[in-house]
Design a protein around this ligand. Structure first.
Ligand SMILES: NC(=O)c1ccc[n+]([C@@H]2O[C@H](COP(=O)([O-])OP(=O)(O)OC[C@H]3O[C@@H](n4cnc5c(N)ncnc54)[C@H](OP(=O)(O)O)[C@@H]3O)[C@@H](O)[C@H]2O)c1
Length: 297
């Protein structure tokens, strides 16, 4: 049992996030659910029990992301685990009050901003941060000028692009947080039968529902996410896990100069200051550290 551990789960009211929250609660973890719908959130924390708490906020609004961070800093004694799970697969173009495309904000900018706003707390608690992403990232195409507002909106590509943005920024967070005790990894949880991307009652919606019936229930997809949060802290931070396995990224997600641009743009769009600048590029002239088994005594 995991006594005295507090885990924050965004989007913990349904789907994989609800299943992750349930598995945490079953293991004795105190869960803090971040949800935009108060009724659903209250129902969830009652079901979870074990002192579970609710923080309400709509993660498609930057002002709400700030409010969620303020609440977590002020009312949460510890944050041992932070699971960025909330996600949207958009079926149509929705622009938020901030004039940004909804999924770009919920999937990419909100976790980016939360990581920065909570940074001192994450350092103090040596938090394990887990970013939900998706194997579809490889089909992402980032157009820095058009993607944030949805000017290049596409039902599949936009979702994939937000997940690509996660994978470009996670290794940079790992580098920024080197030596602080914070660990961050990204995970594709596998496909699960949730309401993600449900396309309504038309033919497309019915076909999708039929396909999803063959997919695993969210409780199965939650397991690798929960296991990752409890895995020993060996191996480098900033990796991408395909369910249980750390795997190499497609070259599109290892483009260091694109990652720097995506980071700089996220700083700009979220109104963060110069202290949020991207970590410096690795020094190509630095000697490579030999792996432990290769080093000479
Ligand atoms: N399902 C899959 O096959 C699959 C595969 C790969 C990756 N993923 C990733 O896994 C994560 C969870 O997906 P899922 O399938 O469980 O999706 P889901 O069933 O649609 O649940 C999404 C969760 O995110 C919350 N959310 C959405 N917009 C929000 C906002 N503006 N503010 C706060 N919360 C918001 C939802 O809350 P409401 O109830 O208020 O809408 C819900 O709790 C996502 O990041 C997704 O990209 C899923």
């Amino acid at each position: 049992m995991a006594d005295n551990i507090t885990a924050v789960v965004t989007g913990g009211t349904r789907g994989i996030g609800r299943a992750v929250a349930g598995e945490f609660a079953r293991r004795g973890v105190r869960v803090v659910v971040v949800a935009r719908n108060r009724d659903a959130g209250e129902r969830t924390v009652t079901e979870l029990g074990g002192g579970a708490e609710l923080v309400t906020g709509d993660l498609s609004l930057l002002s709400d992301v700030h409010a969620v961070a303020d609440h977590l800093r002020e009312h949460c004694d510890r944050i041992d685990v932070l699971v960025h799970n909330a996600g949207v697969w958009p079926t149509r173009l929705v622009r938020t009050e901030d004039k940004l495309e909804e999924s770009f904000t919920v999937n990419h900018l909100a976790p980016f901003l939360l990581n920065h706003l909570l940074e001192e707390r994450l350092k103090a608690d040596r938090t394990r941060v887990v970013q939900l992403t998706a194997g579809l990232y490889a089909r992402g195409r980032l157009d820095l000028r058009r993607t944030p507002t949805g000017a290049d909106f596409h039902r599949v590509r936009t979702y994939a692009t937000t997940k690509l943005a996660n994978l470009l920024t996670v290794p940079l967070f790992a580098r920024r947080w080197e030596g602080t005790g914070i660990r961050i990894d990204a995970i594709h949880p596998g496909v699960a039968n949730t309401s993600l991307g449900d396309g309504g009652r038309g033919l497309r919606g019915l076909v999708l529902k039929g396909i999803k019936r063959a997919w695993a229930p969210p409780e199965i997809a939650a397991l690798p996410v929960v296991r990752l949060t409890f895995a020993p802290a060996d191996g480098p931070s900033g990796r991408y896990f395909d369910c249980e396995r750390p795997v190499d990224l497609d070259p599109i997600a290892t483009d260091e100069s694109l990652a720097q641009l995506v980071w700089e743009q996220a700083v700009d769009l979220t109104g963060l200051g110069p202290e949020a600048a991207p970590p410096p590029l690795p020094d190509p002239t630095a000697p490579l550290t030999p792996a432990p088994e290769e080093s000479e005594e």
